[in-house]
Design a protein around this ligand. Sequence first.
Ligand SMILES: [Zn+2]
Length: 159
Amino acid sequence: MDLVSRAGEGGAECPSCGGVFYDADTLRALLAEVRDAPDAAPYSRPPLSLNDPVQYLRCPLCPEMMNRHNFGESSGVIVDICNKDGVWFDDGELAQVIAFCASGELTKSEKLAHLRQQQRKEIDARGRELDRVILQHARASIRTGGSPMIYHLIHTFFR
Ligand SMILES: [Zn+2]
């Protein structure tokens, strides 16, 4: 695939298929510019195309196969990512992603992801605390000649 640099917008495009490729930094800068535009239209997701065969593409810059990723977790635009070189957008996908960012949906999605991560941490911490309390009670129960059932549980779960 021969890519041609895009003047002004950055990135490089394939003249025959209309796909564009951006390195991560250039893409980040572009999306930061368009993000959360006050007059942007509400975002509408592209229709799901369940019948299209899943196709993995090779990176245009290196020999690696790219990973497929739902941009912003919820845009419905499946982009192809080379972890080393950047992101490939099929013809039309970059415009969709820009609309997604401009509408504020990327910001919403990032806030949700952050919230989920915090909740996961809290749940993990509570789980560890619960384990600790159960173990403590079980040990105390053994010391005071607790039931054989507790003893059995401890040897099953807390070896
Ligand atoms: Zn690559």
